[in-house]
Write a protein that binds this ligand. Structure first.
Ligand SMILES: [Zn+2]
Length: 279
């Protein structure tokens, strides 16, 4: 009898453990962020759209958006995704010209001013993550000196192997080697999407009211590139870029997520920008 009771107790413990595991994994997939600001972090005029779509739209001028995203988690606090072009571009009336005017960057409002307007202090931001190293995504990481930078190790290595790193090597950072569930509940997940750069990453976000979103960084530049799986000629690795787009496509299908393409200005113009926000 005693032995029987021990077996029963054991089975009870197993059942309880199984129930706990089920509950936990259920919770892990259904966490949600409660607020997200889309911040206009700059825009550019480009003389030739085909720089992002070899052989297609040759000589067609295009304006591109450049958004930053500030996400709030109910327990975890503020998370910044991409940090936009340099603040001093806002002080340049004619913008910052690159490659003899091939791309001219502008900034209507400084990120610091946008944060002040919504009453978020840079020191309140717990995590900052950049999709990749390029200046239109990484220029203001050091504005958040206390935030832990979440970055793929290959991106970190490429940054500090090159000239003019966009942030200091002393910035607190966690170097990732793949996906990262930032708050442990599935609400904000960094997704490794190499190709545009060696350690490019995208973001899967679950917002309580808006639902699931993929913020694609520069895994894709325009809706037309997404629809046709076009890869910019300057990308680090074409095959990895296509594989990453396919991976994002699977995530979008699995979560019925919206795809928000950072540089697609036509799409960006339809979004609510700060001080308005998504819930
Ligand atoms: Zn970019």
């Amino acid at each position: 009898m005693r032995q029987f009771n021990i077996v029963l107790a054991g089975l009870g413990a197993l059942a309880a453990a199984a129930l706990a595991a089920t509950t936990q994994s259920h919770a892990a997939g259904t966490g949600a962020a409660d607020k997200m600001y889309v911040i206009d972090c700059g825009w550019a005029h480009a003389a030739d759209k085909s720089r992002w779509s070899p052989g297609i739209d040759v000589g067609v001028q295009v304006d591109v958006s450049d958004n930053c995203f500030l996400i709030h988690h109910p327990q975890g606090g503020w998370f910044m995704w991409d940090t936009g072009v340099a603040e001093n571009i806002a002080d340049m009336p004619d913008g910052l010209s690159q490659q003899n005017g091939a791309v001219v960057w502008h900034k209507a409002k400084k990120l610091s001013a946008a944060l002040a307007e919504i009453k978020v202090k840079p020191e309140d931001v717990k995590f900052v993550a950049i999709s990749h190293m390029h200046a239109d995504h990484s220029s203001n990481v050091d504005m958040f000196p206390k935030a832990t930078l979440l970055i793929q190790k290959p991106e970190w290595d490429a940054i500090f192997a090159g000239q003019n790193p966009p942030f200091t090597k002393e910035h607190p950072a966690t170097q990732l080697t793949g996906d990262k569930d930032v708050f442990g509940d599935g609400s904000v997940t960094i997704v490794s999407t190499p190709g545009h750069t060696p350690g490019h990453q995208s973001l899967l976000v679950h917002l309580a009211k808006t639902g699931w979103l993929v913020l694609s960084g520069d895994a894709v530049h325009f809706q037309s590139n997404w629809d046709n799986k076009r890869v910019p000629g300057t990308n680090f690795d074409k095959d990895k870029t296509v594989a990453s787009m396919n991976h994002l496509g699977e995530l979008i299908a699995a979560h019925k997520a919206q795809l928000w393409i950072n540089h697609d200005k036509a799409q960006s113009d339809k979004l609510k920008h700060a001080p308005a926000f998504y819930e």
